[in-house]
Design a protein around this ligand. Structure first.
Ligand SMILES: [Cu+2]
Length: 131
């Protein structure tokens, strides 16, 4: 049986999901390169600025593959996602991409982990995964 590129990516995702499963439920995760325009994952645009992510709550569906495109407006904010054991630097002027495919319902919280000022502690949000 021939292995198509999609199959290989699926296998990679399954491996990463297994590694993350202990923490918060199985969630597939990897950095996303440029993606084809058609038939690709749903794209969710997010903005980061002092001291919030917008939207701060992002609804997701179990099994749905999405790419979160994050644009920072004013600072190299961080996006730390403890449940996924990953973090990103959100560099202004650049779109930072995060591909997700949650496999269990529940909340996946994220926080800014680059100190960005007096409201830094309030800068957080979550992906809300529903079945
Ligand atoms: Cu911040």
């Amino acid at each position: 049986m021939k292995t198509r590129p999609l199959d290989r990516r699926g296998a990679l995702r399954a491996g990463v999901a297994a590694a993350a499963a202990a923490a918060a439920g199985a969630v597939a995760l990897r950095s996303a390169p440029a993606l084809a325009q058609s038939a690709g994952p749903r794209v969710i645009k997010m903005t980061a600025h002092r001291f919030a992510y917008e939207p701060a709550e992002v609804p997701l569906k179990v099994g749905e593959k999405v790419v979160v495109e994050i644009n920072s407006l004013d600072f190299v904010h961080g996006m730390n996602i403890p449940d996924l054991k990953t973090r990103l630097d959100l560099v202004p002027g650049r779109i930072t991409r995060l591909e997700l495919q949650p496999m269990q319902p529940g909340d996946i919280e994220f926080v800014c982990d680059n100190f960005c000022g007096d409201g830094h502690e309030t800068m957080h949000g979550k992906f809300v995964v529903s079945a």
